[in-house]
Design a protein around this ligand. Structure first.
Ligand SMILES: NC(=O)c1ccc[n+]([C@@H]2O[C@H](COP(=O)([O-])OP(=O)(O)OC[C@H]3O[C@@H](n4cnc5c(N)ncnc54)[C@H](O)[C@@H]3O)[C@@H](O)[C@H]2O)c1
Length: 363
């Protein structure tokens, strides 16, 4: 094990089924295999990655696992959201069978959120659940999707309609793996980082507003993961406080769906959703004006400032179709002040009435 293991931070997310060990530190991808060899009895590792990440990281990660005594096999999935499908999950099951993976062995998800969700869902269901190590390689995956145990796949009728709660046994977060990420993708992930700042820690926002070194970025990622870990440990199944993580996502999802997931990226949609939520909070006298200025500044800084591309009535209709809105009341996340969020119960009717005013001018 290299020296950096002693320098990395370890967080534990204690969940109903297992303790999820989360390691964070620059360069620690080098230690992923040693960590897994310590945690798991099985000596077969099946690495799942995508066609962009494969040339960058698969040879190195495969040889690290081989050096730690694992028999290594892999599946390379075509990069992109279209691969989040039951067909791809099905072919992944076939690969796991062909690799003779048992319940003692492990799946390694090496990639962004698409890989994490797909490999995670396959691991959660193959043989009723096998060991899972997440090695996230996008900013979004490092601060959000690799932690907390949600995984799933899309159906032709909608996104993330099939899935499970399945905590990864090990998560290895190496911010240096982000160096090859296209800038637009990095900025997209920043929307989630900004979200964490607004719901739980103003210091993140102040850091994002300043010039950040690579070490600062590592600190910010660590803080986001701590916030998510703490929230998930209180509410693993998303029944209460975990909803805070939906700040910006209710309207964000509606905007994504309206554009058939082609017009806005997830980060751009969440950015607009956060801005709308802050404006709604101001009009309900819950949110301080300061929040709008700070959010606008940060969205501009990370290239996330966009105009709402749809009229208010379209957005209201799309909200009515949201799978998380079961009744006429929405648990809508509002910001009191940067770093403090509340769950506000808002009727769908009131929200729809507010929307034309909120969307009256370009946000
Ligand atoms: N499970 C959860 O809790 C959760 C939370 C948020 C989002 N998600 C899901 O995550 C997915 C989006 O994740 P994403 O934004 O990471 O997208 P992604 O996995 O498609 O990755 C984005 C792009 O970056 C490339 N890439 C990944 N790592 C790279 C690297 N280090 N260098 C160069 N290129 C790299 C990928 O090949 C891809 O082209 C969505 O499907 C969303 O539903 C899940």
């Amino acid at each position: 094990m290299s020296n950096s293991v002693s320098e990395m931070k370890k967080l534990t997310l204690s969940a109903a089924a297992c303790d999820s060990e989360i390691y964070i530190g620059r360069g620690i991808i080098e230690n992923a295999a040693v960590i897994c060899a310590r945690r798991f009895k099985g000596r077969r590792a099946h690495i799942v990655t995508d066609s962009n990440v494969s040339p960058l990281l698969l040879p190195r990660v495969s040889s690290l696992f081989a050096d730690s005594g694992f028999t290594v096999t892999s599946t390379v999935i075509e990069a992109g959201e279209a691969s989040k499908s039951l067909a791809v999950v099905g072919s992944l099951y076939d690969d796991l069978v062909n690799a003779s993976i048992t319940r003692a062995d492990l799946v390694v998800a090496l990639g962004g959120g698409v890989i994490g969700d797909t490999a995670g869902f396959a691991a959660s269901t193959f043989l009723r659940g096998i060991n899972l190590c997440q090695i996230p390689t996008t900013l979004l995956a490092q601060v959000d999707s690799s932690v907390g145990g949600k995984c799933g796949t899309n159906l032709p009728s909608g996104k993330n309609l099939v899935g499970s709660f399945y905590q990864p046994h090990v998560v290895v977060i190496d911010p240096d793996a982000l160096k090859t990420l296209p800038e637009s993708q990095f900025c997209d992930g920043m929307a989630e980082v900004i979200k964490y700042g607004f719901i739980a820690d103003k210091a993140i926002l102040l850091k994002l507003a300043s010039e950040m070194s690579d070490d600062d970025l590592t600190e910010v990622i660590l803080r986001c993961v701590e916030i998510k870990r703490d929230i998930v440990m209180q509410d693993e199944r998303d029944l209460s406080v975990r909803m805070l993580l939906n700040f910006g996502h209710t309207i964000g999802h509606a905007l994504e769906a309206l554009g058939y997931y082609q017009t806005l990226t997830h980060g751009q949609a969440v950015a607009l959703g956060m801005k709308a939520a802050i404006k709604i909070g101001i009009s309900l006298h819950v949110t301080e004006e300061e929040s709008l200025k700070l959010l606008t500044f940060l969205l501009d800084r990370y290239g996330l400032l966009r105009k709402f591309p749809y009229p208010a009535e379209f957005i209201a209709d799309a909200l009515s179709l949201d799978k998380k809105i079961f009744s006429s009341t929405i648990s809508f996340i509002l910001i009191k002040t940067p770093g403090e969020a509340v769950i506000h119960h808002l009727s769908l009717t009131s929200l729809k009435q507010l929307l034309p005013e909120i969307f009256k001018e370009a946000l």
